[in-house]
Design a protein around this ligand. Structure first.
Ligand SMILES: *Cc1c(COP(=O)(O)O)cnc(C)c1O
Length: 425
């Protein structure tokens, strides 16, 4: 870890960073005169790998040249196209290849997984989520509860931070599951909470929930590609994530889904079916009876959007080359440097509500400023060519991403934040 927040130390850290070359493999957004912006927003939309345009052009060419036979004869045949993503995706989330599939989008996958894993009975009917959850997750959860003709006021169980705190205490969460577990059908939590940046103990929570007989699923929107994951070993029933945040798949990218191997052949699970989930060898016999592909692929509905998958291939390849272990090591140093800068340069005027223990967070810090000046400061940062984001009611989220951000980026951010605070004081 870097001992003091200086430009020299930032330059030195970049010079010895084994992942530094990866920055060159992305397009950095620029201003009108072509200078790179200070981009610290990979938590919201990841950057475009430079390999994407050529790969997209190949698919467009194959379509133009081949028409329908591209399903078999394209350079990357379209029929099994999603399989191009499976191995790298499994590596990123710590799963076996047959446990992951790339399909649909996050909220759609969340619904499909709740159809299979939120199965309320008379005694065990509650759905546990965090509070306040990301709106889409809450809408999805509440609508599933209503779909089962239950009353959300009773069946939707929400756990939030204690009064005056910003993150959920691990012991509060575990105690709640311990106490209420018998009435909970599904525990559905974020890997990394979008607002606070809190990383949950996925293995411990999954183990306790399963011990209590609950199903357990994770929304990894802010965790996939941000922190190392071991979904298989953690024994979660399912997980879903989007691929446009840390995973750089492009705006609205196709989503990801994990179903644990123990469900691979379980025909007793209810599910909403579509032809792409049907056994590959007999899919085109067009029979009336659904026989699912064993594993996560059996939850696919439609033949998937090829171009949406194309734009995800290069980024997953970069993750494979860099390695999650190495990325995490850099991430800890980078975010540690950001925290150090805020403490040394901005003292008590800026508070990070993200846990200070590195094992309880990913790369993002959520910053709150004294005296409600946050939004004015955020506007000033935007005008000063910093890209980060504002989340109501009062945080600036900053995410130094280890694949393409540098220590000098972090140094410059703290300098610019300082300037913005002086200008709006
Ligand atoms: C980004 C995000 C979403 C977005 O859902 P989409 O279905 O991809 O639009 C949902 N939930 C969480 C927690 C997120 O961070």
């Amino acid at each position: 870890m870097i001992s003091s927040f200086t430009l020299e130390n930032a330059i030195q850290a970049d010079a010895t960073d084994p992942l530094a070359e990866f920055r060159e493999r992305f397009f950095l957004p620029t201003n009108d005169t072509g200078d790179a912006l200070l981009y610290l927003c990979g938590n919201s939309l990841g950057l475009q790998p430079r390999a994407v345009p050529d790969l997209m052009a190949e698919e467009l060419e194959d379509w133009a040249r081949l028409g329908v036979t591209g399903h078999f004869d394209a350079r990357r045949p379209w029929m099994p196209y999603h399989e191009n993503l499976t191995a790298n995706m499994a590596e990123i989330v710590g799963a076996q290849p047959d446990e992951v599939v790339v399909m649909n989008t996050l909220t759609v996958n969340l619904h499909l997984m709740m159809v299979s894993f939120y199965r309320p009975t008379e005694k065990r009917y509650k759905l546990l989520i965090e509070k306040p959850a990301f709106p889409s997750d809450r809408y999805a959860a509440e609508s599933q509860v209503r779909y089962h003709r239950l009353d959300p006021a009773d069946a939707l169980l929400e756990i939030g931070p204690r009064d005056g705190e910003h993150t959920i205490r691990d012991e509060d969460l575990l105690q709640l599951i311990e106490r209420e577990g018998k009435s909970i059908a599904l525990v559905m939590l974020p890997g990394v909470q979008y607002y606070s940046g809190q990383l949950f103990d996925i293995a411990a929570v999954s183990a306790l929930a399963r011990h209590k007989g609950c199903a357990v699923g994770w929304d990894l929107a802010h965790a996939a590609g941000n922190v190392p994951l071991n979904l298989h070993d953690a024994d979660a029933d399912f997980a879903v994530w989007c691929n446009y945040k840390y995973l750089n798949g492009g705006p609205g990218a196709i989503g990801g889904c994990f179903v644990h191997a123990r469900h691979a052949d379980d025909s007793s699970l209810p599910r909403f079916c579509g032809w792409w989930g049907h056994e590959k060898s007999s899919r085109f016999r067009m029979g009336p009876n659904f026989h699912p592909i064993p594993g996560a692929e059996g939850w696919q509905l439609s033949n998937p959007p090829i171009l949406a998958m194309t734009s995800l291939i290069p980024s997953l390849q970069l993750f494979h080359e860099a390695g999650m272990t190495e990325l995490r090591a850099k991430s800890l140093a980078l975010t540690g440097f950001l925290e150090l800068g805020i403490r040394e340069r901005l003292g008590g005027a800026v508070e990070s509500i993200t846990p200070s223990q590195p094992e309880r967070r990913g790369c993002q810090l959520s910053l709150r400023l004294d005296g409600g000046s946050g939004h004015a400061v955020f506007r000033h940062l935007e005008a000063d060519e910093v890209v980060c984001d504002w989340r109501e009611p009062d945080v600036i989220r900053v995410a130094p991403v280890p694949l393409y951000n540098s220590f000098v980026d972090v140094y410059r951010f703290v300098e610019k934040l300082h300037l913005a605070m002086e200008a709006t004081a």
